[in-house]
Design a protein around this ligand. Structure first.
Ligand SMILES: NC(=O)c1ccc[n+]([C@@H]2O[C@H](COP(=O)([O-])OP(=O)(O)OC[C@H]3O[C@@H](n4cnc5c(N)ncnc54)[C@H](OP(=O)(O)O)[C@@H]3O)[C@@H](O)[C@H]2O)c1
Ligand SMILES: *[C@@H]1O[C@H](CO)[C@@H](O)[C@H](O)[C@H]1NC(C)=O
Ligand SMILES: *[C@@H]1O[C@H](CO)[C@@H](O)[C@H](O)[C@H]1NC(C)=O
Ligand SMILES: *[C@@H]1O[C@H](CO)[C@@H](O)[C@H](O)[C@H]1NC(C)=O
Ligand SMILES: *[C@@H]1O[C@H](CO)[C@@H](O)[C@H](O)[C@H]1NC(C)=O
Ligand SMILES: *[C@@H]1O[C@H](CO)[C@@H](O)[C@H](O)[C@H]1NC(C)=O
Length: 358
């Protein structure tokens, strides 16, 4: 048997070995640097490995590879239709459950087999979706559940994608007269699960400012809002960062390489990210992720390549200078991209000063 050292200190290494083997979470300093503390004290690993568009077998393999490449957070969703594969990957990785952070989502009522026709049906179907998430993933608790997007009142759930719904073109977000009722209904269900400790943290995704205003005065505000954010969208697109900060909501960036939007080639191979990376011996992709992490925003990124997964996890040994951060903040090559595909939020100047009453 060979002795493998976990960290710099032999004593720490031996302690870790005898307690739980050589795992990354044996080093508290490292753990702290890699997590963002949510308002309820839960530590969310900054980096999540996404699984969108993967079938069960690819998702299973990606989960195993990601967990072996330095990721400890997996992002999936009811709608990705791959939670059985994700669950198998979690088990096959052999990692203890407590060392993995699993995020999944439930559809906003109206789309993806979740009705937005009545508040009661919306509630029941939100319960059903959480139960299906637990069952498909084969887990007894979830680290985080997000409401995937704002509701689409009046739609019965037959549309598979929000982009096929009547809410897409007007980007009506939560401005429809019935939207707040559905938002509060779904949020109440998540809050119940949170209070029963079956979900450790609760949040939302693609939520507009208007949706947060629907939740004024609730006992638990969303802890996270997962939205599109990447280099090229400017430093505070549609005021989402300042609004989140003012309301103590942690943002989590999806599509950090611009997937599905504008600028992915600019991000992964453009001069700005490439030339900055060269200064730190890092790739353009690593710079793009580091820019997000440096703003205390979480990241859901995706790769089916072991090499990319390892590189994407390796962003904690350098710090971008203020000057480089400012150049990345100022990039607007993907200014057409918006944090949520359903919002018509006010301009940043108005948004930054608004505050939800809690
Ligand atoms: N809440 C929502 O509505 C929502 C919406 C979109 C996404 N998400 C979540 O966010 C996750 C990530 O977003 P995304 O799927 O849009 O993609 P992304 O992370 O922005 O980009 C993924 C693409 O980048 C490539 N890539 C990854 N690492 C790379 C590297 N180091 N060098 C070069 N290319 C690299 C991948 O190809 P390879 O596989 O070849 O590496 C893949 O084609 C999703 O999987 C999902 O979990 C959530
Ligand atoms: C899953 O997707 C991969 C890659 O696209 C493909 O090779 C494989 O056949 C798919 N598996 C199933 C069961 O559809
Ligand atoms: C749709 O949701 C119902 C419960 O609300 C469930 O019984 C059914 O299996 C779901 N269908 C799909 C395709 O997930
Ligand atoms: C669910 O996980 C348990 C162990 O935690 C395992 O015994 C069981 O086979 C799994 N079920 C499925 C359907 O994979
Ligand atoms: C929240 O409470 C404040 C103060 O009581 C009240 O003015 C406001 O209307 C409430 N908002 C909602 C959406 O209930
Ligand atoms: C490339 O980016 C660097 C860093 O922002 C900048 O100094 C340089 O002028 C850029 N070069 C070109 C050709 O755009």
């Amino acid at each position: 048997m060979s002795l493998r050292l976990c960290g710099a200190s032999l004593i720490a290494a031996l302690a870790a070995l005898s307690l739980k083997g050589c795992s990354d979470d044996s080093n508290p300093a490292k753990e702290k640097a890699h997590t963002i503390t949510l308002r309820n004290g839960v530590k969310m690993p900054i980096l999540a490995a996404g699984t969108w568009q993967y079938n069960d077998s690819v998702a299973e393999q990606v989960v195993v590879d990601a967990l072996n490449s330095g990721f400890s957070h997996i992002d999936t969703a009811y709608d990705y239709d791959n939670q059985v594969g994700v669950g198998k990957g979690l088990k096959r990785s052999g990692k203890p459950r407590h060392s993995i952070f699993v995020t999944t989502k439930v559809p906003g009522c109206g789309i993806q087999n979740s009705s937005g026709v009545s508040v009661d049906v919306c509630k029941t179907q939100t319960v059903d979706k959480i139960e299906m998430d637990l069952q498909q993933l084969n887990l007894s608790y979830l680290d985080m559940v997000l409401i995937h997007f704002p509701p689409c009142p009046g739609e019965d759930g037959t549309h598979k994608s929000p982009s096929e719904s009547s809410c897409y073109a007007p980007k009506s977000g939560c401005t429809h007269p019935q939207a707040c009722d559905l938002v509060r209904a779904q949020w109440g269900v998540l809050t119940d699960y949170y209070q029963q400790k079956k979900i450790k943290a609760i949040g939302v995704s693609n939520y507009c400012q208007a949706c947060f205003h629907c939740l004024a005065n609730v006992t638990e505000m969303p802890m996270v809002n997962q939205v599109q954010l990447h280099v090229g969208m400017g430093s505070n697109p549609q005021g989402f960062l300042s609004f989140a900060e003012a309301n103590k909501v942690v943002l989590q960036a999806y599509s950090p390489f611009g997937s599905g939007g504008h600028g992915s080639s600019e991000i992964l191979a453009g001069n700005l990210t490439t030339s900055i990376g060269a200064k730190y011996k890092k790739s353009a992709a690593q710079v793009a992720l580091k820019w997000i992490a440096s703003r205390n925003v979480g990241i859901a990124t995706k790769s089916a390549s072991k090499e990319h997964l390892k590189a994407n996890a390796d962003i904690f040994d350098f710090k971008l200078s203020d000057e480089d951060m400012a150049s990345l903040d100022a990039a607007t090559f993907a200014a057409e991209d918006t944090p949520s595909f359903l919002c018509n939020d006010p301009a940043p100047s108005a948004a930054a000063v608004q505050r939800v009453v809690v």
